[in-house]
Design a protein around this ligand. Sequence first.
Ligand code: NAD
Length: 247
Amino acid sequence: MAIALVTGASRGIGKATALQLAREGYTVAVNYHHNINAATDVIRQIVDAGGKAFAVRADISDEAQVLAMFNSLDREGEPLTALVNNAGILFEQSTIENLSAERINRVLATNVTGYFLCCREAVKRMSFKHGGKGGAIVNVSSAASRLGAPGEYVDYAASKGAVDSLTTGLSLEVAAQGIRVNCVRPGLIYTDIHASGGEPGRVDRVKSLLPMQRGGQPEEVAQAIVWLLSEKASYVTGSFIELAGGK
Ligand code: NAD
């Protein structure tokens, strides 16, 4: 048995991924930020289905909390072989003229620094160089890194561009250490992230622009993540899967 850590796993894409990874036989570390009840519910669903999971609290933008989270994984007695960097934030629509430094820093701290910190701690545990068994990392980026979203959230788009570059660079750095690093780029996926703002009808407007004429479900993203982490993707690293309905 091995541990898969999924950040932001109490809802949305992270939750769907945690449930599917448990079905694949991983012991799932369900990271959450605030909502212990939601994390506990995910664990209950996994255990009821015959799987194994436990909760780990951490704000991924806080280095001390990330270190404490990974140290707690070390005490579980199973190796960490999979990391899903999923936790992310998106604020309400804003043109660049209205972006505060505080907002830009918060988006980058979670969506970029948080991913870096979790990658760093995972590599220390997975790498052949450090006596690890190898492993795989999937970073959840966004179609926004390629497409942008004019007048909406250039801070978020730029943060996901950094996730793409992190994926490419790290995949090369750790390939010979037994670690694969890949990325998924979801488009419009129906989760609570869209509750944070935007003009009325925005989701329907975006949907109508998609070749497939529909948004995606979190489970459709989770399937790709699970595949990238699996042995079926054993020769895949530095790759990007677009999950954006044809965009
Ligand atoms: P969501 O808001 O439902 O889930 C995000 C999760 O991240 C939440 O559980 C939240 O508590 C957690 N989180 C936020 N900040 C955190 C922090 N500092 N530390 C720990 N956890 C934190 O949204 P989602 O749609 O499931 O998003 C998951 C990922 O998918 C994000 O990285 C998001 O940018 C990306 N994404 C989503 C969409 C979409 O349309 N839903 C599209 C492209 C990319």
